[in-house]
Design a protein around this ligand. Sequence first.
Ligand code: MTE
Length: 350
Amino acid sequence: MLALAGLPRRWLSAQVAATGEKPYNRGFDFSLLYDWLTPTALFFVREHLPAPSISSSSDWKLSIDGAVKQPLEISFEDLLAQESVELAATLECAGNSVGGGMIGNAQWSGTSLRSLLEKAQLLPEAQFVRLWGADRDSSQDTNYFRSIPLAKAMHADTLLATKMNGEVLPRHHGFPLRAVIPGWYSMDSVKWLRRVEVLTSEDTGWWMSNPYRRQIRASAGEPETSTPVTAVQVKAAFSQPLDGAVLIGREFTVRGAAWAGEQRVRKVELSTDGGKSWQAARLLPVEGGDARPYAWVLWEYEWSIPDPGKYELVVRAGDDKGRVQPPERSGERIDMHELNYYQKVRCLVS
Ligand code: MTE
């Protein structure tokens, strides 16, 4: 079941009725996790609105306007001529469940958003950057958009990507251009990017004030609070075994992935007795190196199974800033984002 984060069902059906086309959504099947880079054909897709059909990049243009001295309109050709930047980044939807497949890791290439903002010459009052997609929401009378603070927009790794895993972006991943905001939940990685608007204050528009907010329950004397979801939390997931598996034999390699947003994964620990005792899993080297920021790391654990029977496996990760996963969802949260409590799978060994 997909988590259609923050969107009332009524609103979604109004959208389908208005356009006659449904937004396309699909998750990644974790049992197919063999490679560090998720093959594009298996990569999850999350769309709020039907994908625009942009068949060619030749008449496509990106505008940069708002609080800039020199508004720009850039053709796709000009974009390709910019200095190129490439990085691997895991995209995770903010509404991804524990063990859920709204996540994937890809190699992205394009140019830095910063280089274009510098060309447009930011005014001193610039504070936020709003990224507009070409997909239109007729019920709200607006296109999809998200805003990020200027510091994140100006970070050298914040990318406008034209390629995914070395190939031209497919339609459902944003052809011809998308933002990749590495280490942040991927609602901000706006697809079919058409316009970059520099704002002088925090964005209170519909797409920032309604979905993707962290809501903390009101408590003794403190009112309820709501702030936008931003950086990805540390989290680990199993790829094998998955819940309900039947295992035969006494040796089994438990596997999965772990990620930490802007930080590096430092450890993954596994319990085979429902969380009573923990052992370190091995982090697989990434292209010969250690875990890095933005991209997930694959892990494995050679499990020598003492006896046949029922087992509950639990996994948890920690990062190099000392963040660890919480065992349970915090009771103060009333939204359904940043779900990163321990994943548990039950299996039967015969
Ligand atoms: N960009 C546009 N224009 N429209 C969208 O609906 N969905 C966002 C983001 N960018 C979206 C978008 C969300 S919620 C997610 S999780 C990611 O795209 C998913 O990226 P993917 O479909 O390439 O995996």
